[in-house]
Ligand binder design. Structure first.
Ligand code: LR7
Ligand code: MN
Length: 582
């Protein structure tokens, strides 16, 4: 009875009802039908206010694009960090463990956000010529998430002069994230047209081969690589292109700003450093050497750096391949940054930092993808570094194997084609690189009185770092001697009379005039406190205090002591593994 009435009612007013349905549909579509309607993290629809990017549909195409207005009052604008509500912070640790950055904070920020301009004032007033080489930006990604990837893309498109940007190439290295498949294709097609191209890797390439793959498909004069969680800042592209126009063989890195993994705050970092390396073939930052600082004509000039971090760089595309691109037999992650650094310097080019170009990067404490390669298994960095040491480092590879005794004699694949590059380009030796490009680098067994294990023969205890992270200050300790196989027990007594490691020098600590402890601190900062005197099989005397290194009463893992010198005391006798004759 009731249903037949209802049917009759609807039948008579079917037109009005249809219009009513259409209106409801339009309203729903307006609120939920936009691009960014689901959280990339949960795949569940989110309450509308949480996704700011919903409201903003930015279409960019080659002819018409211009920088959109910032999203007024939206989270994260002007590079601010994002505060999550208690509700949004629930189980955040699960997200952090998986992604290694705060995806929820990122998802709250507009895909296009304003940033503080972190350039030097001088950069802002520099005029760049119109006719610069064109660029292709190559961004490789494996299991990266929607909002940081698209924010990278938008930042590039909106902050690059359109006549200089040929394209953005996204190389998907077989990501397992659903939203980065068809949905990304559709989104890019709709919003960017042919400005953004997506290449799907046929197999898992690893970032090194993926970068080669992207660059081979690029059409610009210059290839610019970025990680998939960056934000290019104001005027970032022109200074890179200008320098390549001046010098085709310069490989250039922008200044790298920090995007916080905790709350996505964007912060400038200044230009106090250049790239260095540890002999274990990991990258590090070192203070700009005085010779480089003094050679700068202006504080915004590009300046040389011995190495680069790896992810963010611009190179003339043809030149990049002339000097060998990246090593296509390196797997997944690691080593390629030092390899290209040594190579470009040794083969006649240069590596330079460009202070006027600023790009932010999210520094993550881990990787959202597996680090296992087919050949390097769980140690891809180890195998990749072996390849670079074998091709580029000549005898100095001994220091790498000192850190990695376990790799001696292990298979590192075929490096013939890489060695041929070195021959074809008639490249310099690694010694030339150390002497000319990085004379500050301490060479553990050159210009030293003695080096190697430092043993107290009566106890068979040796000086040891205990494997502590040597970036800051650590205590100088002792441990049973490992007969020269532990890099933690390798010390040098330099011709400057420093008792030292690669970057740190032994200094005495404490007020007591009879006993002091010893720590390893950055070299040169403490002046004469770093001076030590030693004779073979004799004492090691801390020169300013006239106290002697002593192991009396100490055992494994203790910090070594300085005590009053006693000429015949066995616990004060020391023997280095090697003494130099020169
Ligand atoms: O198998 C993979 N396939 C990929 O496509 C593994 C990674 N990738 C992608 C990944 O999604 C990302 O977009 O490659 C890019 C770099 O990987 P990250 O971001 O996990 O690397 P990272 O930032 O920890 O590593 C730095 O060192 C690497 C060594 O191989 C690369 O050179 C990275 O590009 C490099 N990143 C930077 O230098 C950014 C600035 C850091 C500073 C200072
Ligand atoms: Mn990265």
């Amino acid at each position: 009875m009731l249903t037949s009435h209802l049917y009759w009612f609807l039948y008579r007013r079917r037109h009005k009802f249809l219009i009513f349905l259409i209106i409801i549909f339009c309203i729903l579509f307006f609120f939920y039908g936009n691009d960014y309607k689901v959280s990339s993290e949960t795949k569940k629809p989110l309450d509308k206010p949480k996704i700011i990017s919903n409201k903003r549909k930015i279409r960019i195409n080659r002819e018409t694009y211009s920088t959109p207005e910032p999203c007024q009052g939206c989270p994260g604008e002007n590079g601010q960090g994002v505060q999550l509500t208690a509700e949004e912070s629930k189980n955040l640790d699960v997200v952090m463990k998986k992604e290694f950055f705060n995806l929820r904070a990122s998802d709250k920020i507009s895909l296009w956000r304003s940033l503080p301009d972190t350039r030097d004032q001088l950069c802002k007033s520099t005029e760049y010529p119109k006719d610069l080489p064109t660029a292709s930006v190559v961004i490789v990604f494996k299991n990266e998430r929607w909002s940081p990837v698209l924010r990278t893309v938008y930042s590039v498109l909106n902050r690059s002069p359109k006549h200089l940007l040929n394209e953005v190439i996204l190389v998907d290295d077989q990501s397992d994230i659903e939203e980065m498949g068809q949905r990304l294709d559709d989104y890019c097609e709709e919003h960017f047209g042919d400005l953004v191209r997506i290449l799907r890797a046929p197999t898992r390439l690893g970032l090194i081969k993926a970068k080669n793959y992207g660059a081979k498909n690029a059409t610009g004069d210059v290839v610019v690589f970025l990680d998939a969680h960056c934000e290019a800042n104001a005027g970032w592209l022109e200074p890179l292109l200008l320098r390549i126009k001046e010098k085709r063989s310069a490989i250039l890195c922008p200044g790298i700003d920090m995007i916080s993994d905790q709350n996505m705050a964007y912060g400038g970092t200044g230009d106090g450093s250049v790239g260095g390396f540890w002999w274990s073939l990991h990258f590090n930052w070192v203070p700009i050497p005085g010779r480089i600082r003094n050679a700068k004509k202006s504080r915004i000039d590009p300046y040389p750096s011995p190495t680069m971090a790896g992810g963010l760089l611009a190179a003339h595309r043809e030149y990049f391949f002339e000097i060998g691109g990246y090593d296509d037999d390196m797997e997944v992650w690691g080593g390629e940054n030092l390899e290209i650094s040594f190579r470009v310097w040794m083969c006649g080019g240069s590596l330079e930092f460009v202070p006027c170009s600023r790009v932010g990067h999210i520094f993550r404490p881990g990787h959202p993808y597996n680090m296992t390669g087919e050949k390097g298994k769980g140690d891809v960095h180890g195998r990749n570094s072996m390849r670079l040491a074998e091709v580029w480092m000549d005898d100095y590879k001994r220091f790498y194997y000192m850190h990695r005794h376990d790799l001696k004699g292990k298979d590192f694949g075929d490096v013939e084609s890489r060695r041929e590059i070195r021959k074809r380009l008639n490249c310099h030796s690694f010694k030339w690189y150390l002497d000319n490009v990085f004379p500050e680098k301490f060479i553990l067994d050159e210009n030293v009185h003695a080096y190697g294990e430092v043993r107290n023969p009566s106890s068979s205890l040796c000086l040891d770092t205990l494997g502590r992270d040597e970036k800051g200050s650590i205590s100088l300790s002792i441990f049973s001697c490992q007969n020269g196989v532990s890099a933690n027990q390798y010390f040098s007594l330099s011709k400057k009379d420093q008792l030292r490691r690669e970057d740190t020098c032994a200094v005495a600590l404490g007020q007591d005039s009879d006993t002091m402890t010893v720590s390893l601190s950055p070299c040169d900062y403490a002046g004469s406190n770093q001076k030590w005197v030693h004779e073979k099989r004799g004492s090691i005397v801390h020169y300013p205090s006239k106290l002697c290194l002593d192991v009396e009463g100490l055992s494994n893992n203790d910090q070594v002591k300085l005590r009053k010198c006693e000429p015949n005391k066995l616990s004060q006798k020391w023997l280095f593994e090697h003494y130099s004759t020169t």
